[in-house]
Design a protein around this ligand. Structure first.
Ligand code: Q9C
Ligand code: ZN
Length: 348
């Protein structure tokens, strides 16, 4: 399987996120991707290439232009406010809620950070835009390879993407790489695309992007939002709206879920994807379902990830894998590459 590796991912390196009333070191660190890269090389999974470059206008297939313009210029604005800001990351601290205006874009920088985000755990740093944009090119390059006839391709990038929506960042995500890959598959002629999100957290960005569409089926296995991030979306009764009714499947699972129950839910998601008649699959590949993950609550083990890859291969669909979460740094490479190797070994 070919991997498109984001050589610029390290330019996004947040210092701290707000957690339990304190600023704590970021969990979403550059070494995550370096571990996956080392494991891919060590196990000779296939070629590792830099992505193609694309026109930034393609990002508007998924994101709002004012949001993209804000992200593109945010670091310069932040530093222009105060020279000392060059040594600090930008974090939002105020948000519009129900009954407030989100149609008027404030001039104040902090207010715009809040307008375009939903949590205080996602620092924006000097290289965030360049890293996120290059990651998007990885996802689009992987989709292009699959459209060209490859059975599968992997976008190895950070920051991750599935929490980013049409005009908001959060959950360590800025550009929704999986949503972009799915749209690229549609634009390349695949009539129905499925996005299967196996990250521990519900992909609220992806769900909201495609909630009213019949051509995008979104299925997600995740920690129950009653207790788990992102809290405000991801319940089982969210099944889509309008033309998209029936095209959204949430399978929330309680903290402590182990592989047997998780694997059962995966089978349910794969049957739904088959019933939908999808012609291609995008996998939001987070491995924060691992028992050792520092911020998550499932109990999957290293070998389980091989079985996941095999199950994904059984769908028999051209597949784009997009890297998402997974914060147990010393195992993130093994777990991620186990999924890809399980997929490859199953044949197709
Ligand atoms: N500080 C992804 O896995 N914070 N995002 C949870 C720990 C947000 C996870 C609390 C977790 C976001 C892509
Ligand atoms: Zn996650």
């Amino acid at each position: 399987m070919i991997t498109f590796y984001n050589e610029r991912h390290g330019q996004h390196h947040g210092k701290a996120e707000m957690f339990r009333g304190e600023l704590v070191p970021c969990f979403e660190v550059p070494s995550r991707v370096e571990r996956v890269l080392a494991e891919l090389r060590g196990r000779r999974l296939g070629a590792i290439e830099a992505p193609q470059a694309f026109d930034e206008a393609v990002l508007e297939r998924v994101h709002a232009l004012p949001y993209l313009q804000f992200l593109r210029g945010a670091w310069e604005e932040w530093v222009a406010l105060n020279g000392g800001n060059a040594q600090r990351d930008a974090l939002p601290s105020v948000w519009p809620v129900r009954g407030h205006r989100s149609d008027v874009v404030p001039q104040n920088f902090a207010a715009r950070m809040g307008l375009f985000s939903y949590d205080a755990g996602t620092p924006l740093t000097a290289g965030t835009w360049d890293a996120a944009r290059e990651g998007a090119w990885c996802a689009l390059s992987a989709a292009g390879r699959v459209l060209g006839g490859a059975r599968a391709a992997f976008a190895l990038t950070r920051p991750p993407g599935h929490h980013a929506g049409h005009d908001f960042f959060g959950g360590y995500c800025f550009i929704n790489n999986a949503a972009l890959a799915a749209q690229a598959l549609r634009d390349g002629g695949v009539e129905r695309v499925a996005v299967l999100d196996i990250d521990y957290h519900h992909g609220n960005g992806t769900q909201t992007l495609y909630y009213d569409r019949a051509d995008m089926f979104y299925a997600s296995l995740h920690g129950d939002p009653l207790t788990e991030y992102p809290f405000f979306l991801g319940h089982a009764d969210e099944t889509g709206v309008g033309e998209g009714l029936g095209c959204n499947l949430n399978l929330p699972l309680p903290r402590g879920t182990g592989f047997p129950a998780w694997h059962g839910a995966l089978g349910q998601a794969l049957r739904a994807i088959a019933d939908h008649g999808a012609g291609a699959l995008v996998v939001s590949l987070g491995v924060d379902t691992f028992e050792g993950d520092p911020i998550s609550g499932f109990r999957l083990r290293q070998d389980d990830y091989l079985r996941i890859g095999e199950a994904l291969a059984s769908a028999g669909l051209p597949t784009v894998f997009v890297f998402e979460g997974g914060y147990a740094v010393s195992e993130v490479g093994i777990n991620t590459v186990n999924v890809l190797e399980g997929f490859e070994q199953r044949g197709g």
